[in-house]
Design a protein around this ligand. Structure first.
Ligand code: FES
Length: 96
């Protein structure tokens, strides 16, 4: 796991958890959102726009813009407002 983008040092983090993003497993911490965990691991391209297939990713981080929508356990969810937990299955909505 790449922790380079998380604040290091005197930070309280929740218990480590693992969840799946397409075919890879991501380690995160309880209390983080799916979007924060993806960002920390270097995953920025979450979906593609419907008309131009342009890359889309996190923008507002507060559940308003819908740019961070992914499938979580088969349902469309805003990743910036969905907490991580062990065993989540996240599918990115990118077109090839
Ligand atoms: S980043 Fe805007 S709704 Fe998630």
């Amino acid at each position: 796991m790449n922790d380079d983008l998380r604040i290091q040092g005197a930070v309280f983090r929740g218990r480590p958890v693992r969840f799946q993003v397409d075919d890879q497993w991501i380690q995160s911490y309880e209390g983080e959102t799916v979007a924060a965990a993806l960002w920390a691991c270097g995953i920025r391209h979450l979906r593609s726009s419907p008309v131009m297939a342009a890359p889309r990713g996190m923008f507002c981080y507060m559940g308003l813009c819908q740019e961070c929508v992914v499938l979580i356990d088969g349902k469309r969810e805003t990743s910036c407002s969905f907490p991580v937990s062990d065993g989540l299955r996240v599918s990115l909505l990118k077109t090839p």
